[in-house]
Design a protein. Structure first.
Length: 635
């Protein structure tokens, strides 16, 4: 089975008519992100697509990106700046979504895939969209509108929401789809969407608070004159109140005022008179909760969804344990961390150069304590941890206590900074990120997304290949390349070149080119170390003692036949990946694309030696600079 290829690319990239036809000819459901050359495919949905693919793992589900400008069939989609997702089943358009509305996209993929399967398996009828699009008018049926019963709707308690109504006048004019797209493009997330014909009684009840106003009877008649669309909205990246944001987006109640003051608002664009003003929004959050209960009585916003709310708030923070304490009190500190409900999701011990400390503490370079901090940070390896739990940033700060060590001892003797203060040292020994944003930057600094080469060696291909793959995915690696290969003797020799003088070299080469290996490029934050840690020590006997849960401890038979390989540094990863695959794949994690940092070096003995020497000489230079200021570093 040599050279058997498995395509591990998430999205097939389509840039000409021929490739387009290939996609259409693929069996199953193809979800195509149609993009414009100048803005590129929609990165915002990449991790969602990867998640869906991993979860469904379905051979009938295909993702593609297609450049509108170079494919004739996509002519009508040219010049649109919002992301457009086209769903094809058996080469025919079955649904379409405009805007990167992640929850809706996810639901549509799941549903359309199920439909396509039933077409393929049970010979059901495929419902094809009759597609007419001129920029202005999009047929009602084109977009798959989502109507749901109340039970399925989850409104996270931590998010603010509002209730919007697309009123009967707009529905009658066939503008619902167009408005929905605008709503999504403006960054609103649609949590629920239902088409309803309100009875007179319901309309009366809904507008009860306006019953003394002159327009009341007319309003009731109008609202019960035809179907409306009821939406529950929250905001992507939820920050301030969505209630006000939505009111701003729809504009003033009075249409003339709307046209004059806010011509871009929905009411100015779609309303015709103050009575027929196209859309509704809850006046305040209290009204929003009443209106939600009115339309979706089965929704609960707190009880029953508490778990979801908790999940919403799970955060990561960066903890640093500075060299002195990392050496002496590591176990104790790790113990306190674990007992306080944090998960250590990433961990590395690393030597920082002065330059890296300056980069990391760029905002503190001017502080008078900086020289002391610099010295403290370069004294030896720093232990960096990404800690995960709900509200992690604040929780970790609370555990650390005040940044000023003297104050910490006085005010909160139990806190970590008081407990693990070193001698007369004025620099506290532990760091925590200040905010969620800072945590993101700091975690990226210490744990940049990396690629590493992982190999399932010939000895375990038969028995444990699937198991190992499963564990790799469970650990959150994404597999950006995957190929079974039979190494030639020459390649195996180059691969293990640095072991040429070892007594086991010939045996090793023999073993590695004896039958096929599974070659993979794994991608993750800190991937090189993460994968090495998962593999365990080279010798399985040693692995059983030091790292009993590691792959080698559990699956390997002896030091030569030790089931897996992993690159030992970023540099080696690059060399090995190029040797095996010919080139480095592009990083696919969208978060890492913009800031590709190399991060601090690994602690290697040579590195450490050199570093120590550098440090010694700096120590002298620094003596004068340490002025003993009480203001503290890492707050
Ligand atoms: N090896 C061996 N005997 C040894 C050391 C290594 O047979 O004493 C083999 C083993 O298969 C190992 C490979 O040589 O995986 C490369 O050795 P290295 O020290 O690079 O270990 P690794 O990086 O794989 O843990
Ligand atoms: Mg090695």
């Amino acid at each position: 089975m040599t050279g058997k290829k498995k395509e591990a690319t998430l999205q097939v990239s389509v840039i000409n008519q021929e490739q387009w036809e290939e996609v259409l000819a693929t069996k199953g459901l193809a979800v195509v992100d149609v993009y414009q050359q100048w803005c590129g495919p929609c990165r915002a949905v990449l991790s969602l697509l990867r998640k869906i693919k991993n979860e469904l793992g379905d051979d009938l589900l295909h993702f593609a990106t297609a450049e509108a400008d170079s494919i004739d069939a996509l002519e009508k989609y040219r010049g649109k700046c919002e992301p457009t997702f086209l769903f094809y089943g058996g080469g025919e358009l079955v649904a379409m979504l405009r805007g990167a509305n992640a929850p809706l996209l996810q639901r549509m993929i799941v549903e359309e895939l199920a439909k396509e399967k039933s077409v393929l398996e049970q010979g059901g009828e495929r419902k094809v969209i009759n597609y007419v699009l001129d920029n202005e008018k999009i047929e009602e049926e084109v977009v798959h509108l989502h109507s749901e019963d109340g039970e399925n709707i989850i409104v996270p308690a931590s998010k603010s929401y509002t209730v919007a109504i697309i009123k009967p006048d707009v529905v009658a004019h066939g503008k619902v789809t167009e408005i929905i797209m605008k709503i999504q493009d403006a960054g609103f997330e649609i949590l629920a969407h239902d088409e309803r014909l309100l009875t007179e009684v319901q309309a009366r009840e809904f507008y009860q608070h306006k019953s003394t106003e002159d327009c009341f009877e007319d309003l009731v008649q109008f609202m019960s004159s035809g179907p409306s669309h009821i939406l529950v909205l929250c905001q992507l990246g939820d920050s301030a109140s969505v209630v006000q944001a939505w009111l701003d987006f729809i504009g003033p109640t009075n249409i003339e005022e709307a046209m004059r003051e806010k011509p871009e608002s929905l009411r100015a664009q779609y309303g015709t008179q103050t009575l027929f003003n196209a859309v509704h929004g809850s006046e305040d959050s209290d009204r929003a909760s009443r209106e939600l209960a009115f339309f979706f009585p089965n929704i609960s916003t707190a009880s029953g969804t508490e778990q979801d709310a908790e999940e919403e708030r799970v955060e990561r923070t960066l903890a640093l344990i500075r060299p002195d304490v990392a050496r002496e009190n590591r176990e104790e500190i790790m113990d306190r961390i674990n007992k306080s409900g944090f998960k250590v999701s990433l961990q590395r011990e690393t030597l920082l150069t002065e330059e890296q400390v300056r980069q990391f503490y760029v905002q503190r370079i001017e502080k008078d304590y900086f020289p002391a901090l610099l010295q403290s940070m370069t004294r030896g390896p720093v232990l960096a941890l990404a800690l995960t739990r709900e509200d992690a940033v604040q929780q970790w700060k609370d555990m650390l206590g005040p940044s000023d060590v003297t104050r910490a001892k006085e005010e909160n003797p139990e806190c970590l900074r008081a407990q693990f203060a070193v001698g007369e040292h004025l620099i506290n020994q532990l760091h925590g990120s200040e905010s969620v944003e800072e945590a993101y930057r700091e975690i990226t600094f210490f744990f940049p997304v990396q690629q590493t080469l992982a190999v399932i060696k010939p000895d375990t291909m038969e028995e444990h290949k699937e198991k190992i793959l499963e564990e790799i995915r469970e650990r959150g690696f994404s597999v950006s390349r995957l190929e079974e290969k039979l190494l030639s003797r020459e390649t195996a020799e180059v691969f293990y070149e640095k072991h040429r003088d070892q007594p086991f070299f010939n045996q090793l080469v023999e073993f590695m080119c004896g039958s096929t290996c599974l070659m993979m490029v794994l991608e993750k934050e800190n991937a090189v170390e993460e994968w090495r840690a998962m593999m365990g020590p080279t010798d399985p006997d040693q692995a059983k003692v030091i790292s009993p849960n590691s792959l080698r401890a559990r699956l390997a038979s002896d030091v030569l036949h030790n089931c897996v390989h992993g690159s030992s540094s970023q540099h080696h990863a690059e060399e090995e990946i190029k040797l095996v695959f010919g080139c480095m794949p592009e990083l696919t994690d969208e978060d890492s694309l913009d800031e590709k940092t190399t991060g601090p070096h690994d602690v290697s003995p040579e590195n450490y030696q050199h570093h120590q020497e550098e440090h010694e000489s700096n120590t002298h230079r620094l003596q004068a600079g340490v002025n003993g200021g009480h203001e503290e570093a890492s707050r």
